[in-house]
Design a protein around this ligand. Structure first.
Ligand code: FAD
Ligand code: MLT
Ligand code: ZN
Length: 481
């Protein structure tokens, strides 16, 4: 990687001004480590452009000099995707100043947002316009539109509305040569060949800088019902989901699996949380049903559906929130799992998917296999059961610190990923590859997929200046035997 010359730094400082350029350690340090505190990098400068013209000028200057850029939004990546390497040669490109919602068109059901718009702000703005942007996740107070697009983020409403790829209508981006791709057209049909916007979704900043996105909105929530159910097995949870869908249709938009271990972590580490049910259950599901207008009564329908599920023995106990405050308290139990797990200690994190119907059996068998192979570890498998996507995190044996991750983490991860691969699954269901999974992606990605990825990267970013060392393992990347 080329270290930026003093001339390049001077040019960038002049073009971006004092608000857009700094080399001060105090300003840079918070952004040089990832959310989980696993990756620590350095950068030659922190660049914060104010608009797309400044992004284009920045990229053009860096392209001419061959200097690397690491794009960053809210820095909530789970795979070290927005953390530069420790060499200090790269320039950190923060998109947080570009936080304008350009338009919200409730007739067209579209919002055009700059890349730095924080997800929670988009939620508020859409609501004020009588609409909703349905994708949501625990990091909504920090994660940005640019980061969500670039990771093809999922979250807790994918069941009904899909991940970012389904919610993005168009993308505006600066390509690695500094040119501006204007892909925000509202056209519903456009078949002019390869879809560059789709290529940028999930590209993790390796093919260009997303400067704005046009996002699909849906009708605002009319009535929502949030419930919590306890049961014996993940198989019962899957049966409950199908049972509820049969009775209340696609009103079910959130169905999150929470094992007793995850609930215990939240109750021990997150202040103000309380057990949702009178007794403890090995597995739980958090369920959200939504209808656009309060015409039907989803609460009654869901209540009846639960009553019949209790009758068939699928669930052992269940509660339905009777107020928004109670609904939010139930969601807090779910959304705080990662925070609680982080407070508790190190964990080898795996973001896996297998076919939806296979997940209940897979996760039970895989947890037994992992716990037998690595005595003392504790599997904490939670999340998006209805999407066949579980965060299959393996916590360090009690009393072990970060050294455990260094010493055993890689072996645990390879073991988990081999099980997933044998089951026809994916080692990255929603968080991306970043730097954390590069070795494993090189090992398991397959020659055809990796060859195509490298060819696309080479074609669009021949100088390799866009987020180097992330997502695309180079051909000579050291992969595990
Ligand atoms: P960053 O972390 O800053 O960057 C992520 C990647 O995108 C990096 O590779 C970066 O280089 C690139 N990037 C950022 N902005 C741009 C841009 N403008 N142009 C080009 N590249 C860019 N993820 C899920 O999918 N589902 C979940 O349920 C979920 N829950 C989470 C819960 C918690 C508590 C936390 C901390 C994270 C969670 N995540 C989840 C992961 C994370 O929030 C998402 O990946 C999110 O999309 C990242 O957004 P960000 O703005 O923080 O991006
Ligand atoms: C979540 O769904 O809460 C995050 O994606 C989880 C994580 O892996 O910590
Ligand atoms: Zn998730």
């Amino acid at each position: 990687m080329v270290f930026p010359s003093q001339d390049l730094l001077d040019d960038l400082a002049a073009r971006l001004g004092p608000k857009g350029f700094t080399r001060e350690a105090e300003a840079m340090t918070p952004w040089l480590s990832d959310w989980r505190g696993r990756f620590h990098g350095r950068a030659a400068a922190l660049l914060s452009p104010a608009d797309r013209e400044e992004v284009a000028a920045t990229v053009a200057l860096c392209a001419a000099a061959g200097a690397a850029l690491v794009p960053q939004g809210g820095n909530t990546s789970m795979v070290g995707g927005a953390t530069p390497d420790p060499s200090g040669a790269a320039l950190l490109l923060s998109m947080r100043r570009m936080n304008r919602i350009r338009t919200i068109d409730s007739a067209a059901n579209l919002a055009v947002c700059e890349a730095g718009v924080i997800l929670a702000h988009l939620h508020e703005a859409a609501l004020a316009a009588g609409r909703r942007f349905p994708l949501t996740l625990g990091a909504r107070g920090s994660a940005t539109v640019g980061g969500l697009v670039s990771t093809n983020a999922g979250g807790t409403q994918v069941l009904r509305f899909g991940n970012m790829r389904r919610l993005v209508q168009g993308v505006e981006a600066v390509l690695p040569d500094g040119s501006l791709y204007q892909g925000l057209s509202p056209l519903k049909k456009d078949n002019r060949g390869y879809d560059l916007g789709q290529l940028l979704i999930g590209a993790e900043g390796t093919l260009g800088i997303v400067t704005a996105a046009s996002l699909r909105l849906v009708p605002a929530v009319g009535e929502r019902v949030v419930a919590w159910a306890g049961m014996e097995t993940p198989q019962a949870a899957m049966r409950l989901l199908r049972h509820l869908e049969t009775l209340v249709g696609d009103a079910i938009e959130g169905f999150e699996l929470v094992p007793a271990s995850a609930l215990d972590l939240v109750l021990s580490h997150i202040p103000g949380t309380r057990p949702p049910l009178a007794g403890a259950h090995p597995w739980n599901a958090l369920i959200e049903a939504v209808v656009p207008m309060a015409v039907a009564s989803p609460e009654k329908a869901l209540f009846e559906a639960f009553a019949s599920a209790l009758g068939t023995g699928i669930v052992a106990d269940a509660t339905i929130a009777v107020s928004e405050a109670q609904a939010e308290a139930l969601w807090r139990l779910r959304d705080s799992i990662s925070e609680a797990e982080k407070k508790d200690g190190p964990a080898a994190k795996h973001d896996i998917s297998v076919a939806v119907a296979d997940m209940p059996r897979f996760l039970v068998e895989a947890a037994s296999a992992v716990e037998a192979r690595f005595p003392g570890v504790r599997v904490n498998a939670f999340g998006h059961l209805g999407d066949g996507n579980i965060h299959f995190n393996v916590r360090a044996p009690a009393g072990r610190g970060a050294d455990w991750l260094e010493q055993e983490g890689e072996e645990v991860t390879a073991f988990v990923h081999d099980l997933v691969t044998a089951a026809g699954g994916s080692i990255s269901a929603e968080h991306g590859i970043g730097q954390m999974k590069l070795v494993e992606f090189a090992r398991l990605g397959g020659a055809t997929r990796l060859g195509a990825l490298r060819a696309i990267k080479q074609a669009l970013d021949p100088k390799g200046i866009m987020n180097p060392g992330k997502l695309v393992p180079l051909a000579d990347f050291p992969s595990r035997p």
